[in-house]
Design a protein around this ligand. Structure first.
Ligand SMILES: [Zn+2]
Ligand SMILES: [Zn+2]
Length: 295
């Protein structure tokens, strides 16, 4: 087990942000109720969520599709608003998670416990001491490098300045910062963190028994489709996470719709034969686990 040291800056930042988010609920419910501010909060939640799922995750961490500079800049802006590090740092942690899943090298190793995988890993420094992966493919993109350099400034503009300016249009700049900035941020954090905790804890394992990742509609609902995590760990180069028509995967639908409008291209799909083979292997492994009645 690695040495770990409390990251006081992260702990204080997370604590203050959660307190401000709690005040935002009181403000929006009692002090200054405003439907415009609530709508802005929902829109910001959707855009920032996509910044993580369609951007940080399915475009940068795993290059499952390609898109133009405008869309990349859009996803990097709202990814920064999600205040989960720069795209480079997030992708480095995430690629390590996939390569070393369930080991001590996995930044959010579920074997260290549910709360460690959910939020504990942010409170301690051992992850930050680890060097970032080379990330040569991402460093070749000037937009990704720009976002890394000005990450804190972009995150502040996207979380405070822009929502505040929009809220001022209906006389509620403070409410917009509180609701679309802070309350949205805290809810979005826990939705993203649930992929590292809940999606490695609750759900089915149809495609692979080789790691703790699980498929669950529950986590898919709050993360724009990222809850089909067993499939994702098995076929991480696929732009889809939920592959059935009834799987809720809005990120997949948007990337697919973008391809029909010429905004996204080179969408990677796992061949059906490989998916069927994985399903068969899991069924065979499970049947071997059940002791036969004859013995
Ligand atoms: Zn992933
Ligand atoms: Zn995972």
């Amino acid at each position: 087990m690695r040495e770990k040291e409390l990251d006081k800056v992260n702990v204080i930042f997370m604590l203050v942000t959660h307190l401000v988010a709690a005040y935002a609920i009181y403000y929006a419910a009692v002090v200054h109720p405003s439907w415009e501010t609530l709508v802005l909060g929902l829109v910001w939640f959707a855009l920032c969520g996509l910044g993580i799922t369609a951007g940080y995750h399915r475009l940068f961490s795993h290059p499952t599709y390609k898109t133009n500079a405008f869309i990349r800049a859009f996803l990097l802006f709202f990814g920064a608003a999600s205040v989960q590090n720069s795209a480079l740092k997030w992708s480095s942690d995430h690629r390590r998670h996939h390569a070393q899943v369930d080991t001590d090298e996995d930044p959010y190793n579920i074997k260290r416990g549910f709360w460690w995988a959910h939020i504990g890993w942010i409170f301690f420094r051992d992850v930050d001491k680890r060097e970032m992966l080379p990330m040569k493919d991402l460093r070749a993109d000037p937009l990704v490098v720009f976002q890394e350099r000005y990450y804190i400034l972009i995150a502040t503009v996207a979380t405070v300045v822009v929502p505040g300016a929009i809220g001022a249009l209906w006389g509620d700049a403070l409410g917009a910062i509180l609701v679309a900035g802070f309350l949205r941020l805290v809810i979005e954090w826990h939705a993203t963190f649930a992929i590292n905790s809940v999606a490695h804890y609750i759900g089915s394992q149809p495609y692979s028994l080789g790691n703790t990742a699980r498929d669950s509609w529950l986590t898919a609902w709050i993360t724009f489709g990222e809850g089909y995590h067993n499939f994702h760990h098995k076929f991480q180069q696929d732009y889809r996470n939920g592959i059935r028509w009834y799987h809720l995967d809005p990120t997949k639908w948007l990337v697919w719709a973008g391809s029909k409008m010429g905004l996204t291209r080179d969408l990677k799909r796992t061949p059906d034969a490989a998916i069927q083979r994985a399903l068969r292997e899991v069924i065979e492994s499970n049947s071997k686990r059940v002791p036969s009645k004859a013995s």
